[in-house]
Design a binder for this molecule. Structure first.
Ligand code: ADP
Length: 947
């Protein structure tokens, strides 16, 4: 066999090996299968070449035709592969149809005509020569069209895809492109030109495809058979190395031992076997280490990464920092291009929160990915899912869902998805881009991440809680700040109000000290500047005619004096007509509304000259004038003008309140002073009346005294004479006048009693009531009175009885005459005020006091009148009709007398018409009671009271 055929065979072997590995590792995938087909056709084509180069002249045309037929197999398979690769669909039926037709036509022409290949011959030297037919160009076109279409397809796929896939396509594209272009030259074009030297090169050039593909398999996981191919290569090298080592050992040991005998050979083998056995393991290990360093130089120490991630997870409480740290650490340690962490917002959309790269854009994870994860809460490797997709029927729903997920994932350059699940809720999604090495994610990675994700889940939960607490804290902080602010504001408002109250207080204090309205007005006008702090003010009041407002007071300070000095008249000499259009002051008065203006002239002009007013405003620096009506008891009595140094919009509501309060104060003071003055007048009148009454009373008392004294003597004489007449001292009275005489006697007796009463009153009032107390027996006194009044009672048909007890009552210490007056008055009243029935007199006593009672069945007393009857001149209501002759003095005197005896007198009655009970108490006589006559001179004593 010549060297070229050997080379072709080796190349074919490597092709076959590649095909074998692909088949062995993953023959299910459509791509892999289509690639295997490509290799098979290459093998046929290669074998065809070997035969074509080896056969004799006899068969060379046949093999040539077969070789060219085999070649036609390679292109459709490659074209189909270009449809499928990396994960496409099969060509359409139409395309297949065209391909098949083209294929059949070309092969028919090759095999059954001379139109493409007419014959082949073996030259003495060099490569076989082929005589092409006249439509060989169709054959060239066949290849060109297929390759052109296939490369165009691959090229566009490469352009469209990204990531590892792009690189994969690139390598396949490059390998094939270089090889086919070269082969196109060597195997199609050059022979056409009669150059057959490199006719075999096409087959050898397939090694370029194998090389590129293998590289892409190892480096970029092409067709996912990386592991098996690398391992195989490694073992092949190891086996070779061991074999070489063994051979070398045999030679070296053989040299050392020397000789070429059988026994020396045996010794050599044994020795080398020992050496091999001893060194195989270390060599293997060293080799493994060496190769690991090459192929697994990115091998990860998961334990260490786990520890470090654990640190991050434990350290970071902030969700962003936690995910950022974790993503960065994982990306760095696992050598991943990018890891992005997505967390759901309130709408459940997963937004990018942290990424291992510097900048985070606001990316939202597509719904297909999220939805797929909601149902499949496990780590998903997109590449694997793609493979699964290959094994699924397109019609199934599952296929659609998975396809949606996969295509969405690919769009977002997702290689692996790690859901972070906390109590069956998706709390975050970690998205892994490709590994930097291009390695596929392996079971190790999944195991590791499965171990890690619960930790991250817990940490996220912790962070969320922390965030909530933070949020709450912030809210609280804000609330506290808000409250503090509003408190501060309230405080300021309070301070202002306090100032206001203090001001009003000071003003009120000042004005309540004086009762002079003029002074008060001035005080208020002054306080506008001194207390409130405005420029000043003016108080005007309606005059007595009710037609004009006149100045009551103007703030009196130096500045104001100077300003108002400009006026040509005294301020008080101006009068503002109370008419609505006269000026703003009049308007304020009439409407009762607060008015503002920035011109003083609006308020004061007329009557004041406009120029003068403008000058005054200028001097005082007045920016705003506020006119406030002064109310007093719902009536407007005047207006206050306040002069302020600020613009209208700067006047606060508190200012208005202060001004209104001051105006109200003026109103109140005005009313108070008016009331005070009225009161003063009334007081003086009352005092006058009082003095006059006193004088009258005195005159009356004097009259009574004089009249009584003057009347007493003649009446006593009349009574004496009449008594003598009745007693028959002047002879027997004729029957005809007997009764008349007796009546006259009775009347004169009554008159005497009345005079006595008047005299007693007069004595009492002048303080001349003197008692002559002695121990007396009240029985005697009562009996005397009964005798005196029995006739009177009888005349009225009344029963008058003294229900004397068997035992005499104890003695009392009393003025007999005066006490007789009392007893007499009480019984006399009972007779007077009893139209029918009886008058019962009783006396009770104990060792302390004696109780005298007169009970009648008369008109009775109204409850509310019982006490007042003992006052001077008081008579019961309605008694005047019953008894015209009463004076209303009897009980008054009785009370005074009993009081002088340290006793008490009072009246009781069930009411009108129910009779009365009059009674008095008086202390009983004690041994130590000393009669008055023994103490004092007898001079005060008088028998005046006796009748
Ligand atoms: P007068 O001269 O009116 O009797 P008194 O001071 O003796 O004056 O009595 C005052 C008033 O007390 C009488 O006007 C009468 O209204 C009332 N009064 C006194 N005694 C009786 C009585 N026994 N029954 C009813 N009213 C009596």
């Amino acid at each position: 066999m010549d060297i070229i055929n050997l080379v072709i065979a080796i190349v074919l072997l490597s092709n076959a090996l590649l095909g074998f590995f692909i088949y062995k590792n993953n023959s299910r995938a459509l791509v892999n299968r289509s690639y295997i087909f490509v290799i098979i056709t290459i093998l046929f084509w290669g074998v065809g070449m070997i035969f074509y180069r080896m056969v004799d002249q006899e068969y060379v045309t046949l093999w040539c035709k077969l070789l060219y037929t085999f070649a036609t197999f390679t292109t459709p398979t490659f074209l189909i592969f270009s449809f499928i690769f990396p994960k496409g669909k099969l060509p359409s039926k139409k395309e297949i149809f065209i391909m098949v037709i083209f294929f059949i036509v070309i092969n028919y022409l090759i095999l059954f005509s001379d139109a493409i290949i007419s014959s082949a011959e073996i030259p003495k030297q060099g490569e076989n020569i082929i005589h092409f037919g006249n439509i060989y160009y169709l054959y060239v076109l066949y290849f060109f069209s297929h390759f052109f279409y296939a490369f165009a397809k691959l090229f566009f796929k490469m352009r469209k895809s990204n990531g590892v896939q792009k690189v994969q396509i690139k390598y396949v594209f490059l390998g094939y492109f270089i090889a086919t272009n070269l082969a196109f030259a060597t195997n199609l074009t050059l022979p056409w030109a009669g150059i057959f030297v490199y006719n075999w090169a096409g087959q050898v050039l397939t090694i370029i495809m194998v090389g590129f593909t293998t590289y892409a398999i190892i480096k970029y996981r092409l067709m996912n058979i990386r592991l098996i191919i690398t391992r195989s290569i490694l073992y092949a090298v190891l086996v070779g190395a061991v074999a070489a080592f063994f051979a070398l050992s045999v030679i070296v040991v053989g040299e050392l031992i020397g000789g070429n005998t059988r026994s020396s050979k045996i010794i050599t083998y044994i020795a080398t076997s020992f050496i091999v056995v001893i060194f195989l393991e270390p060599v293997k290990r060293t080799w493994a280490k060496l190769t690991d360093n090459i192929f697994y130089k990115d091998k990860v120490d998961y334990q260490e990464v786990l520890r470090q991630v654990g640190n991050v997870v434990a350290r970071e409480i902030d969700l962003y920092k936690l995910l950022k740290g974790t993503s960065q650490l994982l990306a760095e340690k696992l050598k991943i291009k990018q890891i992005s962490s997505f967390v759901p917002n309130t709408q459940g959309e997963f937004h990018l929160l942290a990424s291992s790269v510097k900048k985070e854009l606001d990316i939202v994870l597509v719904n297909d990915v999220v939805n797929y994860l909601q149902t499949n809460k496990r780590i998903l490797i997109v590449e694997e899912l793609i493979r699964d997709l290959g094994g699924l029927d397109e019609k199934f729903e599952k296929y659609k869902i998975l396809d949606n997920f996969v295509s969405s994932a690919e769009k977002q350059r997702i290689e692996m998805v790690v859901p972070i699940v906390e109590s069956d809720n998706l709390t975050a999604i970690l998205i892994f881009d490709a590994k930097q090495s291009g390695d596929l994610y392996a079971q190790d990675d999944i195991n590791f991440l499965e171990l890690l994700s619960p930790q991250i889940a817990t940490a996220i939960e912790k962070s969320k809680l922390y965030e909530e607490v933070e949020e709450l804290n912030k809210e609280l902080q804000k609330k506290v700040e808000d409250r503090t602010k509003s408190l501060k504001e309230a405080n300021i408002a309070l301070e202002d109000r306090n100032k206001f109250l203090t001001t009003i207080q000071v003003v009120t204090n000042n004005i309540t000290r004086t009762l002079n309205l003029k002074k008060v007005n001035q005080m208020i006008a002054d306080s506008i500047a001194s207390e409130v702090g405005y420029i000043g003010g003016m108080l005007s009041f309606v005059d007595s005619s009710g037609k004009y407002l006149k100045v009551g007071a103007i703030t009196n300070n130096e500045q104001s004096r100077k300003a108002f000095h400009i006026l040509s008249k005294e301020p008080r000499d101006y009068a503002t007509k109370i008419e609505i259009d006269y000026n703003l002051g009049a308007q304020t008065f009439l409407t009762g509304k607060i008015n503002f203006s920035d011109k003083l002239s609006d308020f004061l002009c007329p009557p004041v000259d406009k120029k003068e007013i403008e000058e005054i405003q200028q001097i005082l620096g007045i920016k705003t004038i506020v006119g406030i009506p002064v109310f007093s008891e719902a009536k407007i009595i005047g207006v206050i003008h306040f002069y302020l140094a600020v613009k209208r919009e700067k006047i606060s509501s508190l200012d208005i309140e202060i001004m209104t309060a001051l105006a109200n104060q003026v109103g109140i003071v005005f009313r108070n002073l008016k009331l005070y003055n009225t009161l003063q007048g009334a007081n003086a009148e009352l005092q006058d009346a009082n003095t006059k009454l006193r004088e009258l009373d005195k005159a009356k008392s004097e009259f009574l005294s004089i009249a009584s004294h003057q009347l007493r003597t003649p009446i006593s004489a009349i009574k004496g004479y009449l008594s003598m007449i009745i007693d028959g001292d002047f002879g027997k009275i004729p029957k005809s006048i007997d009764e008349v005489i007796r009546n006259i006697f009775e009347s004169s007796a009554r008159l005497a009693r009345l005079i006595n009463i008047f005299l007693n009153v007069s004595r009492i009032e002048s303080g001349r009531l003197k008692l002559d107390k002695r121990p007396i027996q009240i029985n005697d006194l009562i009996k005397g009175v009964i005798v005196e009044l029995i006739n009177q009672a009888k005349q009225k048909g009344l029963k008058l009885e003294y229900k004397k007890k068997k035992q005499d009552p104890p003695l009392i210490f009393a003025d007999a005459d005066k006490l007789r007056e009392v007893v007499l008055n009480l019984i006399d009243n009972a007779i007077k005020y009893t139209p029918e029935g009886s008058i019962i007199v009783t006396v009770d006593s104990d060792d302390k006091e004696l109780n005298f009672r007169v009970k009648d069945t008369g008109i009775g007393i109204k409850k509310e009148e019982a006490k007042s009857l003992f006052r001077k001149f008081v008579r019961g209501s309605g008694v005047a009709q019953i008894h015209t002759g009463g004076s209303g003095l009897g009980l008054f005197i009785a009370q005074k007398i009993i009081k002088e005896h340290d006793g008490m007198v009072w009246a009781e009655s069930e009411g009108s018409g129910k009779g009365s009970l009059f009674q008095f108490t008086i202390p009983v006589y004690k041994k130590h009671d000393v009669p008055a006559y023994k103490e004092e001179a007898k001079e005060g004593m008088s028998s005046d009271l006796s009748s």
